[in-house]
Design a protein around this ligand. Sequence first.
Ligand code: NAD
Length: 322
Amino acid sequence: MNNSTISANFTTGKRKVAIIGVGYVGASIAYALTVRNIAREIVLIDKDIQRAQGEASDIRHGVPFMGTSFVYAGEYADCTDCDLIIICAGRNRRSGETRRDLVDSNVDIMKNVIASLKPYYTHGTILVVANPVDILTQVASDLMQLPNGRVFGSGCILDTSRLTACIADYLSLSTDAVKAIVVGEHGDEQTPVWSRAAIAGVPIDEYCEAVGLPWGDTQRQTLHEKVRSMGASIICNKGKTHYGIATCVCYLADAVLNQRQIIAPVSSPLVGEYGVKGVSLSVPSIVGVNGVERRLEERWSEKEYAQFLTAADRLRECLESL
Ligand code: NAD
């Protein structure tokens, strides 16, 4: 395994978080952060000021029985002393749309957000959640010009959570026992890394053989299709997805605010790892106070690696067309 050291060390203190874009996703993240008591101060920023004020009051009224977070509606100037800035501004998918169909409108919104944020930015890590998250991470990172990794995207963390849940269901096990990740694009070209999937440290094919469960291409394809289409099927049922991503973002926020050094498949601008440059994609990454502090180069199967490179090519084409 090769490692690449990325950002310089940096320390945090106030655990202050800004959330830019307080629609379903941004508000759910703010709520989840207060429930888990991860941030001391949470400022909600939206071009729709009334919406931000409404969400801030609603969330704040639950805090007295839960924790100590101070939640309020603010403006870009409030980002100045933030440790973490989470960007959720952008329109969401309609039924039948792919995440890449959001490129034109959400790249414009991202440019607008970064132009408003930059004059007040001092030191925080920036976490991009709006879709298409890999494209927007690359755009935000290019515009901010910070050390590599300080801007990163939630990437395949949600797909990984979904895959973990699907495998656990198939094996009738707790999700704690399952270690499996999705890498590459947070989108249709995502890659589940079956070659490294393990159950309590035992390779998944060995585990299935030991307990007498079928494990082969059919099972893998069925599980992957379920994971890949899960966002679209939730949108078809209720119009949007927000709780799942909110919980995943809390996990990442905890890693940044409390220097947890977790390893998670998140998106950041690759600089040659896996033979890819100038595109943001999810690979196993150490996440701490500086955002993505290190990307890990694992060995995957040839098929997995080829799928990852296809996603990189498609995203590069998309970036070049902007
Ligand atoms: P939403 O429409 O409910 O909220 C978007 C918010 O962004 C609105 O409140 C809007 O006023 C605000 N906004 C738009 N332009 C802005 C600007 N220039 N400055 C500040 N605020 C601005 O949408 P949502 O359901 O909350 O989804 C938000 C984004 O998150 C979408 O792009 C969606 O696709 C994405 N998403 C990502 C994941 C993931 O896994 N990364 C999961 C679910 C949704």
